[in-house]
Design a protein around this ligand. Structure first.
Ligand code: HEM
Length: 459
């Protein structure tokens, strides 16, 4: 892509020198890097600051990709945003009856994925990365439309091509290049090429999900996120075409890339640490009958598995900067005056790797999230409070429970049935500092050997 884009690594060096908060200036813009979870909580969530720290900066992408910020991710904080967030929460429905609906949607798809893994058990190499990608795009399709994806190859191609372009373009460096030099897209060269491809890919996405036949079906059944939002649009004229396109684009990018990166990171860790994989399998065997599929109810007793998922999110830190915030008014915090219109960068990358916060941050130690009895530390424990992979406060990730639940089901279902090992496959490096520095990072590939666990079968 256009730049080297390793701003998160440079910011890590600066944070070692300047501490929890520092400011840099690029041309006319100020960026304040927030390098501690406690400081981020204070600035984004506390009553004192939250009314003036939860907007989004004006950028090229806000204008040209997110339909003038009429989506969720790049919208300023206002009543409309609250309403759009509610519509998405209602569609995710991870409460009451909704939990079983969600479980059915994900488990139906996981059965297909398990069949693919089973088919590969005689092979020396299985492309787990592509299999997870395919599988997640099918879940996403059903989440959006409440229908199973039929032409899955096409759906997967449209979603992943779009996501790849947005992932690279929206990263810190490229985002700034487009914001400061938007005219570069008119000059022949790589910037113009990337821009042309992105717009073309966006049109393909809209054709797939917003064509007249899908609109008719969604409006009639009113289910899935699109059904919900079309129904809402009938009674609320502020939910216009740009807004629907923006929300769709948000779900397809945020809803896929982040979980895909997390799952790819998780299974890579399992390949590097077979003893941890074995311990998760033991916990599965101790708590889940081998003849039934894992369910979200099992989470309550799967302490080690939950701790490993959290430690994976910490270790890979794959959404290094979250999404930038903007100050609406001047604020003063910890002796620093932050003027209005300053970008606040939530430096999740540094937080996850800070020696001030974590004991041996470079080591993968799920136990750090367990108490002396092997139980998961409660959310209000000081260690958990230092860990905010989904952000904090009014703009925190809308898909947190969706992402964690989906991860739990994928991890437990696959490890209940299969053993994954590198075999003769070359593994990508485990150190996320070497991964491609995009908005959401992930290992480059994930080829492995898949074997059925003793006495397991695919039903
Ligand atoms: C492991 C998975 C995920 C991680 C680590 C993650 C992380 C984040 C982070 C750090 C933010 C920015 C918070 C802030 O602005 O301070 C965010 C925002 C957001 N995420 Fe996620 N996310 C994940 C999965 C998902 C999923 C599955 C969805 C959709 C179903 C989603 C939808 C969104 C949306 C719409 C926002 C913007 C919220 C707003 O601006 O008000 N995310 N996420």
């Amino acid at each position: 892509m256009a730049t080297k884009n390793d701003v998160h690594l440079k910011a890590e060096i600066l944070s070692k020198k300047y501490g929890d908060i520092f400011c840099i200036r690029v041309f006319t813009r100020r960026f304040v890097f927030l390098n501690s979870a406690l400081l981020i909580r204070k600035l984004l969530s506390s009553v004192k600051y939250r009314d003036v720290t939860n907007d989004r900066p004006q950028t090229f992408f806000k204008k040209h990709i997110s339909h003038d910020g009429r989506d969720i991710i790049l919208k300023d904080f206002d009543e409309r945003l609250v309403k759009l967030r509610q519509i998405v929460h209602r569609s995710i429905k991870l409460y009451g009856e909704g939990i079983k609906v969600f479980e059915n949607m994900v488990n139906t798809e996981i059965r297909n994925l398990k069949q693919e893994l089973w088919n590969s058990t005689g092979e020396e190499s299985f492309d787990l990365d592509s299999a997870i990608t395919f599988s997640l795009t099918r879940v996403l399709y059903t989440f959006l439309t409440n229908e199973p994806a039929t032409d899955t190859k096409d759906v997967c191609d449209i979603i992943t091509t779009y996501d790849k372009l947005i992932n690279a373009l929206f990263s810190f460096g490229n985002n700034m290049i487009f914001t400061f030099f938007p005219w570069l897209r008119y000059l022949p060269g790589p910037i113009a090429e990337i821009w042309r491809k992105t717009k073309h890919s966006q049109e393909r996405l809209y054709d797939l999900f917003l064509n007249s036949s899908i609109k008719r079906r969604m409006k009639s059944h009113g289910k899935g996120l699109l059904g919900n939002i079309f129904r809402e649009a009938e009674v609320d004229d502020q939910i216009d075409d740009g807004c629907i396109k923006g929300v769709l684009s948000n779900m397809v990018t945020a809803g896929f890339l982040s979980t895909k990166g997390a799952l790819a990171g998780f299974f890579l860790l399992m390949l590097y640490y077979p003893e941890i994989q074995l311990r998760i399998q033991k916990e599965i065997d101790d708590n889940i009958d081998r003849n039934r599929e894992p369910s979200l109810d099992d989470r309550a007793v799967m302490h080690y598995t939950n701790a490993t998922i959290l430690e994976c999110l910490r270790f890979i830190g794959h959404v290094p900067f979250g999404v930038p915030h903007l100050t609406r008014e001047e604020v003063e915090v910890d002796g620093m005056r932050i003027p209005a219109n300053t970008m606040l960068i939530t430096n999740l990358w540094v937080m996850n790797r800070s020696e001030k916060v974590w004991d041996k941050p470079g080591e993968f130690l799920p136990e750090r999230f367990l108490d002396n009895e092997g139980k998961l530390l409660p959310k209000e424990h000081p260690i958990r409070l230092q860990f905010i992979p989904f952000g904090s406060g009014r703009r925190s990730c809308i898909g947190e429970s969706f992402a964690k639940s989906r991860m739990f089901l994928y991890v437990t279902s696959l490890l209940q049935t299969f053993v994954l090992s590198p075999g003769k496959n070359k593994l990508p490096p485990l150190d996320p500092a070497t991964w491609k520095p995009n908005v959401a990072m992930q290992p480059d590939f994930l080829n492995c050997l898949v074997r059925l666990r003793p006495e397991r079968k695919i039903s």
